[in-house]
Ligand binder design. Sequence first.
Ligand SMILES: Nc1ncnc2c1ncn2[C@@H]1O[C@H](COP(=O)(O)OP(=O)(O)OP(=O)(O)O)[C@@H](O)[C@H]1O
Ligand SMILES: [Mg+2]
Length: 391
Amino acid sequence: MADDVSVSILEMFVLEAMIPHAFVFQGSVNDLISMLANVDHPPEQLVVDVSKSAMPHTDLANLANVCPPGVSVVVVGERNDIGLFRELLRMGVDDYIVKPLTMDLLHRVMGRLNGRSEPVHQIRTGKLVACLGSRGGVGTSTVAANMGWRLARDLERRVAVIDLDPFGGSLDILLGSQNNKGLADLLKNINQLDPHYVERSFVQVAPRLFLLSARYDLGEAGVLPAKSLNMLLVELKKLFHYVILDLPCRGGEIAASLVNAAETVVVVTEPSVISTRETVRLLQLAELRDTKVPVMVVVNQPNQPGRAELRLPDFEAAVGRRILHVLPFDRDAAGLGENIGPPVVAGKGPLAQAMRRLVDDLAGRHLEANAANVPFWRRLPALGKFLKLGG
Ligand SMILES: Nc1ncnc2c1ncn2[C@@H]1O[C@H](COP(=O)(O)OP(=O)(O)OP(=O)(O)O)[C@@H](O)[C@H]1O
Ligand SMILES: [Mg+2]
């Protein structure tokens, strides 16, 4: 709250309503933002006072960046303005209370919000990013791990990275973390999810970065149930700004349903004949959706470029789509990121830089610069020449 009178009323309300784990303090929206940026467990509900804020919209947009989408937000202000109220609702705020605060007002608004299980305006939800590879070993897990790392560490988003290899893929090692079979457990108990149970099933990798993975024994059937997985993802999108999926294969029920559910599909590929053909098939899979989905085609170079590979312009012509990003071959950087850590994106060098550009693009940072859809290797003639293989 911005003033001490509101602080005392809210404190009284919290006591009277017996709200557990409540915390009331006096400060600005920015104070709240810095506090939230440093907590691992976000609150379920926020009441934030914008009356001293010079630019309430900007402050609330900044707040949304540190506060997971599922958190219910009630804004307190001084202006009794229907235009402002409407705009706040559009931003995903649950309610707007005009000062002075009274116990009665708080009981009415908060009682109504707490009496239902879903916020009225589920406008803000996290973004589901599905990473698929055109073939094994093309670098899908490397891309997913680095994406999660940069979004959480550098761009300060709350991020879940999910390893969908039922037998446990390489994400735990890529992120210097562990597999705890949390995904298998959650899917088994899909009808008993609550936010605390969901959080406990993740392994925390770094501040704001969480990993979920299964590890069925190799002798087990190891099939992830697609329906339960979709139900879980709906819940996860309320708790995280980004839910990054590392899909171990490009086909089947799970791949099809997740390509269908994703807000962005990242196709990791390389300029071989097989990958060209499979990239076309993956693009077709994404096109089957009712609603159009942004697809990022990322050409990775996990192997030393060879003369027998397709030239990038030929690859583009064959798949009928511009390559958005090229990740150059760098065995040392990739090996260091994989075996010793931290992920390559945390370091220096061309591969780290390219990885950062990719993630920033995904987070909408450089979309303007890329509006003409010019891949960066086209804008850097020297690198472009280097990458035009085989010719
Ligand atoms: N740009 C690159 N330069 C050099 N090596 C790379 C590059 N990208 C990935 N690698 C290496 O390629 C190998 C395969 O990468 P990764 O495990 O990410 O692929 P994947 O597609 O997830 O494989 P899988 O099909 O086994 O799941 C790893 O050893 C990784 O370090
Ligand atoms: Mg993998």
